[in-house]
Design a protein around this ligand. Structure first.
Ligand SMILES: NC(=O)c1ccc[n+]([C@@H]2O[C@H](COP(=O)([O-])OP(=O)(O)OC[C@H]3O[C@@H](n4cnc5c(N)ncnc54)[C@H](OP(=O)(O)O)[C@@H]3O)[C@@H](O)[C@H]2O)c1
Length: 325
């Protein structure tokens, strides 16, 4: 649709765009794809609020971005997505400023960690990757609705293919814990959340779910040789893997600039209006049944009933309802 592909970079996506006056907010911006998104958007003139849970790491990321883009207009905020209290405190203080958000990029994530729980007792990957962003987004909705051409970008992953959400046992209370299944559930949740946002707010707000590709970042900090082996076997067994991946189980790695390109594209292009709610990969609209390492997705992530039920469950878990108005 665009001539873009796996190698397209943030610089190419933003070429010629002047984002002066537009306000982007990015979670998990203290490293990796969040930091590169903030850097590239700053380079194009945007005001960027970078969020993370660790002030020291966030300050270091801010310095790196300013080193690369001296004119960067950066604001910082501390939010721990594994703590509903922290999210509420941040959202309240942000809303009190009366500042609009044109684009929220829900980028923070944790992958394949050992079984752990958030402050509020949710399984860590579901709690951080989905529930934390669900609450943050809904609390910030007045600021997003006040934005110009507003949108919400949710980082998902080809990892959605590991599993759909489990609405009966979201926190692995009765199911045996599997680090990959948990990641898959949480990354499927990111897509269902995107779909339900569009069903509810699609006239005013655009929302997209993004698979960035495979990029070497701190996301792999919990990977063990066993978890790597499990992933390799899955990639080999996938009918939609490339011939090379079927043989080796290897995944195509991208540079940081190519990895962040799809989320930055989703956050800035006007070409995707007819595809509101789509899953994206390699700077392309997703293809059902395609290669998940590229832009392929499994059909269960577009199930409207699941999306509605996940929203209802999420409201129950955060003990707050967010009626559409
Ligand atoms: N890299 C890939 O190959 C790949 C592939 C598919 C999808 N993704 C998705 O891309 C997104 C960005 O990942 P990345 O690769 O850039 O990884 P990363 O470098 O590890 O960045 C993740 C960010 O999320 C933050 N974070 C984690 N837990 C948090 C919490 N409880 N509260 C607030 N922030 C938290 C991290 O902060 P701390 O450092 O303090 O933990 C970090 O800033 C994730 O959603 C991931 O699932 C990445």
């Amino acid at each position: 649709m665009t001539g873009y592909g796996a190698d397209t970079t943030t610089g190419e996506v933003l070429e010629g765009l002047d984002l002066t006056g537009r306000h982007f907010m990015i979670t998990g911006a203290s490293s990796g794809l969040g930091e590169e998104s903030a850097r590239s958007l700053s380079q194009a003139g945007a005001t960027v609020t970078i969020l993370a849970r660790n002030l020291e790491k966030l300050e270091a990321a801010k310095e790196r971005i300013q080193g690369s883009v001296p004119s960067a207009d950066l604001r910082i905020g501390i939010v721990d997505l594994a703590d509903l209290g922290s999210i509420r405190v941040y959202a309240e203080s942000f809303l009190a400023k009366g500042v609009a958000i044109d684009v929220l990029i829900n980028n923070a994530g944790i992958m394949a960690c050992p079984f752990m729980k958030t402050t509020d007792g949710f399984e860590m990957q579901f709690g951080t990757n989905h529930i934390g962003h669900f609450l943050l987004t809904n609390l910030l909705m007045p600021a997003i609705k006040a934005g110009e051409n507003p949108r919400i970008i949710n980082l998902s992953s080809a990892g959605h293919t590991h599993s759909d959400v489990n609405l009966d046992d979201p926190n692995f209370d009765t199911t045996e814990y599997s680090a990959w299944e948990s990641y898959g559930r949480s990354k499927s949740a990111n897509i269902h959340f995107t779909r339900e946002l569009v069903r509810r707010y699609g006239k005013q707000i655009q929302s997209f779910a993004v698979h960035p590709g495979v990029i070497l970042t701190d996301l792999g900090r919990h990977l063990t040789p066993e978890l790597m082996e499990e992933m390799t076997e899955r990639v080999k067994a996938r009918s939609t893997s490339s011939a090379e991946a079927k043989k080796t189980g290897g995944l195509p790695f991208k540079s940081m600039e190519a990895g962040a390109a799809t989320q930055v594209w989703a956050a800035t292009t006007n070409d995707l209006r007819p595809n509101n709610g789509a899953y994206l990969g390699d700077c392309q609209v997703g293809i059902e049944g395609g290669n998940p390492s590229e832009n392929g997705y499994l059909s269960y992530i577009y199930n409207e009933d699941t999306a509605k039920a996940l929203w209802a469950l999420s409201e129950k878990l955060v003990k707050q309802e967010f009626p559409t108005n």
